[in-house]
Design a protein around this ligand. Structure first.
Ligand code: FE
Length: 211
């Protein structure tokens, strides 16, 4: 059973004007596809061929001799996470998320600054994440194919800061790309749903937030 490249959860032009169709086509159809192709080639005939991406990422994390399969599985997982971290009508935190960010960071603006700093401070390629670390939120960056699951942290939101994610649209301006990601694309609905599943945020019952 080969690993499959999942389709994007929206049309390739759905994130315009913030991310162009051309970027999405290259990023999903070429870059993401290559990681999936590599993973299929590397896992064929091995026990990894029947594992989930998460299992491969976790089982190979501490095994340097398996770095190629680890990196390709993690990149395949991270990209799906990135597509789902964005929404054409994203960027709106909503009351529950606002409360949580304000409680922990003082304000949404301070959280935003911390996320932008982490993304621009990541030297070279990588990923900037909002994660759940125990019962606390944390902003972290991971280099290359790094994945918070290997650190026991639950990913909530991720921005791809490899140059291929923004170079066609923003050239070297990573900061503007990350600010645009947060202001217009970040899928906070999904973050809220993960936090509810994790028991950190109260569930929504019949459209009314539980006390
Ligand atoms: Fe990427």
């Amino acid at each position: 059973m080969a690993f499959k490249l999942l389709p994007l959860p929206y049309a390739t032009n759905a994130l315009e004007p913030h991310i162009s169709r051309r970027t999405m086509e290259f990023h999903h159809d070429k870059h993401h596809a290559t990681y999936v192709d590599n993973l299929n080639r590397l896992s064929e005939g091995t026990p990894y061929a029947v594992m989930s991406l998460e299992e491969i990422v976790l089982q190979t994390a501490a095994r340097p001799e398996e770095h190629a399969i680890h990196d390709n599985a993690a990149q395949a997982w991270n990209h799906t996470e990135f597509w789902n971290s964005m929404h054409p009508a994203g960027g709106k935190t909503g009351n529950d998320i606002d409360e949580l960010l304000t409680e922990q960071y003082g304000s949404y603006a301070r959280f935003r600054q911390e996320f932008v700093n982490a993304a621009t401070g990541q030297f070279g390629s990588g990923w900037t994440w909002l994660v759940l670390d125990g019962s606390r939120l944390a902003v972290i960056s991971t280099p290359n194919a790094g994945n918070p699951l290997t650190m026991g942290k639950l990913p909530l939101l991720v921005c791809d800061v490899w140059e291929h994610a923004y170079y066609l649209d923003y050239q070297n301006r990573r900061k503007v790309f990350v600010e645009t990601f947060l202001d217009h694309l970040a899928n906070w609905e999904r973050v809220a749903s993960r936090l509810r599943d994790a028991g950190v945020m109260a569930p929504v019952l019949g459209g009314v937030r539980a006390a």
